[in-house]
Ligand binder design. Structure first.
Ligand SMILES: [Zn+2]
Length: 232
């Protein structure tokens, strides 16, 4: 029987400026193995241990939509990685201590504006006093989906006017406990199921249940239409 398991992989990224991108990813320990160019493209193959990245440019440049998350790199020493990446000119921001990065997580943008996250999986011995990031922040990765986050905030602001802030989240925790957070977003699907959810649970539901959507409290709904037709 053929073994179909992947033995290694290369992440390819199309970039605008090969030199700038190479400098950025070198700061994270990648070394150039191979480089080349022709009339319409140039590339650099970078490797660090078993990890490989292919940076490529093309002429004319490809139209690449900006992705919410480009690379997630786990590092041994987050402070050192933040300093090295910061030295390339990138702005690096510490974003907390989520469960998958107990030693800390940082966010930066690569030269093409792609989101790169750095995470230190375990606490180092000197990190005795580190706060545990609130469970509400556990979807920090998904929160990078900026458009979704913006939509959620807008929907929450709209719902506030209508609903009052005393409603509890109707989505339970993974272990079945009730969610203690207030509901801020009304979710619905095409079959008429609805649920009020806190922002982290709304985000989780929208990503896990592709048919779900935000039930906006605007005048585009069925209610105003039906009210017109049923008028005596
Ligand atoms: Zn909730």
């Amino acid at each position: 029987m053929t073994d179909t398991r992947v033995t290694s992989f290369v992440a390819a990224s199309y970039v605008r400026d090969l030199d700038r991108s190479r400098t950025f990813y070198r700061a994270l320990g990648f070394e150039e193995l191979l480089t080349g160019r022709n009339d319409v493209s140039a590339w650099s193959s970078l490797q660090h241990d078993g990890h490989r990245i292919l940076l490529a440019t093309s002429q004319p440049p490809l139209d690449i939509p900006r992705l919410p998350l480009h690379f997630y790199f786990f590092v041994e020493d987050l402070d050192a990685a933040m300093a090295a990446v910061g030295a390339t000119g990138a702005v690096v921001e510490h974003v907390g201590y989520p469960p998958h990065a107990l030693g800390g997580e940082a966010k930066t943008l690569d030269p093409d504006g792609n989101t790169v996250l750095l995470g230190q999986p375990e606490r180092s011995p000197s990190q005795t006093d580190v706060p545990v990031t609130d469970p509400a922040d556990q979807f920090s990765l998904l929160r990078e989906t900026a458009a979704l986050a913006k939509k959620l905030r807008e929907a929450a602001a709209l719902a506030q006017h209508r609903a009052g802030a005393d409603r509890a989240c109707q989505v339970g925790e993974v272990d079945g406990r009730a969610c203690p957070r207030p509901a801020e977003i009304k979710l619905a699907d095409a079959w008429g199921d609805t649920a009020w959810a806190c922002i982290p649970h709304a985000e989780e539901a929208l990503i896990s249940a592709p048919g779900a959507f935000i039930a906006n409290d605007d005048d585009q709904g069925l209610g105003p239409f039906l009210a017109q037709r049923r008028r005596p």
